[in-house]
Design a protein around this ligand. Structure first.
Ligand code: PLP
Length: 416
C-alpha cells in the first residue's frame, strides 16, 4: 500500500481552494455536509445536459435516466455490501426514516415498545417517538456522560420481548462515539425486534457491511460522504418485501421502486455514483491490487481511516492543553478506535457561537449548537448555554489546518 496522497485528494475538491477574508478556507464542517469532488459536479451537470428526463420511457434520455438510476443503486450496494434492489433513494435520511417508521407503525399495537438513545441525532429519534400516537411506548437508552459512550447495560435492560424496533446510531454526529451496532442488532434480533441503524455519521469515516452487521435497515446521506444532497435507505430484502410502503397505485410493486416515492433527484443520483467512484479511485490509488469496486472502497477506508487517526492524535491531546477547554467524548488516544474524528468542546467564558464566529472570520468553518443531537445536548447540560463547538475532521483536512485551528482556539482561552 502506498502513502496517503493528500495532494491528490485535495486536488479533487474545487471548494478547498476557497479563501475567506484572505485566509484559506479550512472545512471542519464535514458532519453538516462535506465538499464534493469535481467529478460529482461534472456528473450532475452532465446528467442535466444529456440525460434529463423521467423514467421508463421509449426514448434516449429516458433510457439514460434509467441507467443513471440503476448505476446509483449499484454504487450504493457496493458501498454498503448489499444487493442493488435493497437500496432505496430519497431526499434525505430524515424523510426516508419518517416514511419507514410510518410503514413499520402499520403493524404495531398499543403497548409495543421502541428503543431509542440519548446519543442519537433527532432524525433517529422523532420518527420513532411519533409512533407514540399509535400507543407505542418509547424506551430511552442513556449514555455515560464522562465519555459520551452508550450505556450498553441500559440498552440490554431496555430491549425485552415487548420491543419491536431498536433504533441506534452507528456514530455520534456530535461527539464522535462509535457504537457496537453489531451487538445492538444481535440483541434486537434475540428479542424478535427490528434493528435500525443510522449510519449517516459513520459512512464518511468507516466501511459498512450490512450483511456482517445483520441489521434490518441502515440509513445514510451521500452529502455527508462527498456526494450531493440525498438520502439512502438499505433494507434487508425480506423486510422490504414484507412491509407495506405508502405508495401511489401506478408505481411498480417491485423493489426498490415501491419504496421510492415520486420522481427521484436524478442529477443527484448521478452525483452519488460519482462520489462512490471517487472513493473507489482513492482506494485503488493506494491499493492497486484491489479487485473490484467493493474491494477498492474497503481499501479507501483503510487508508483514510489511518490518515484521519493521525489528525485526531494531533488535535485532541493539544486541545486538552488549552486552558478552560471542556472536551466531550472519548479523549484517550488508545481508545480512538472507538470514535470517529468528530469532537465537541466548550471554552470557559465564551459561547460556542462566539467561538464559531471567531473561527469563521479566520476562514475556519465549524458548527456550534446541538446539530440536532438535542437529547445529548440536554443530557450533557449544555443545551441552555449554546451547546458545543464541533470540529469535524475528514480525510481532505490537513495537519496545517489542525495547527491553525489549535492556534485560534488557544487565542480564545481565558487568560490568567
Ligand atoms: C447522525 C445523523 N443522522 C441523521 C442526520 C439527518 O440526515 P439528513 O439531513 O439526510 O436527513 C444527520 C444530519 O446531520 C446526522 O448527522
Amino acid at each position: 500500500m502506498s502513502a496517503f496522497d493528500i495532494g491528490w485528494v485535495r486536488s479533487q475538491f474545487p471548494a478547498l481552494a476557497m479563501k475567506v477574508n484572505g485566509y484559506p478556507a479550512a472545512f471542519f464542517d464535514g458532519p453538516g455536509g462535506t465538499q464534493v469532488p469535481q467529478r460529482v459536479i461534472d456528473a450532475m451537470g452532465g446528467y442535466l445536459a444529456t440525460s434529463n428526463a423521467n423514467t421508463h420511457g421509449a426514448f434516449a434520455t429516458s433510457r439514460r435516466t434509467d441507467e443513471v438510476i440503476a448505476a446509483a443503486h449499484l454504487a450504493m450496494a457496493n458501498l454498503l455490501g448489499c444487493d442493488a434492489e435493497e437500496i432505496v433513494f430519497g431526499p434525505n435520511m430524515t424523510t426516508l426514516t419518517f416514511a419507514l417508521s410510518r410503514s413499520l407503525g402499520r403493524d404495531l399495537k398499543p403497548g409495543d415498545e421502541i428503543v431509542v438513545t440519548r446519543l442519537d441525532h433527532d432524525a433517529n429519534v422523532s420518527p420513532w417517538t411519533a409512533l407514540e400516537e399509535r400507543g407505542c411506548l418509547i424506551r430511552w437508552v442513556d449514555i455515560h456522560p464522562a465519555d459520551c459512550t452508550l450505556d450498553m447495560e441500559d440498552l440490554r435492560r431496555k430491549v425485552t420481548s415487548r420491543t419491536r424496533i431498536v433504533a441506534v446510531g452507528y456514530a455520534s454526529n456530535a461527539v464522535g462515539t462509535i457504537n457496537d451496532v453489531e451487538e445492538v442488532a444481535r440483541l434486537a434480533h434475540e428479542a424478535g425486534a427490528v434493528a435500525f441503524i443510522d449510519a449517516v455519521h459513520y459512512v464518511p469515516h468507516g466501511p459498512i457491511d450490512v450483511r456482517g452487521l445483520d441489521c434490518d435497515f441502515l440509513v445514510c446521506s451521500p452529502y455527508k460522504f462527498f456526494g450531493p444532497h440525498s438520502g439512502v435507505l438499505y433494507g434487508k430484502r425480506e423486510r422490504l418485501l414484507r412491509l407495506r410502503p405508502y405508495k401511489v397505485r401506478p408505481a411498480a410493486d417491485s423493489l426498490p421502486d415501491c419504496w421510492e416515492t415520486g420522481t427521484q433527484n436524478h442529477e443527484g443520483l448521478a452525483g452519488v455514483t460519482a462520489a462512490v467512484d471517487y472513493l473507489a479511485e482513492l482506494g485503488r490509488r493506494h491499493t492497486p491490487e484491489a479487485q473490484g469496486q467493493r474491494a477498492a472502497l474497503l481499501a479507501a477506508y483503510d487508508v483514510l481511516r489511518a490518515y484521519e487517526r493521525g489528525l485526531l492524535e494531533q488535535l485532541v491531546p493539544a486541545m486538552l492543553e488549552i486552558p478552560g477547554l471542556t472536551f466531550y467524548g472519548i479523549a484517550e488516544p488508545s481508545r480512538f478506535p472507538q470514535r470517529v474524528p468528530t469532537v465537541a468542546v466548550r471554552i470557559a467564558g465564551r459561547s460556542p457561537r462566539e467561538l464559531a464566529a471567531y473561527l469563521g472570520e479566520r476562514g475556519i468553518f465549524a458548527w456550534d449548537g446541538n446539530y440536532y443531537a438535542l437529547n445529548l445536548s440536554e443530557r450533557l447540560g449544555v443545551e441552555a448555554c449554546g451547546g458545543m463547538l464541533r470540529i469535524g475532521l475528514v480525510h481532505y483536512n490537513t495537519a496545517e489546518e489542525v495547527d491553525r485551528l489549535l492556534e485560534a482556539l488557544g487565542a480564545l482561552a481565558p487568560r490568567g
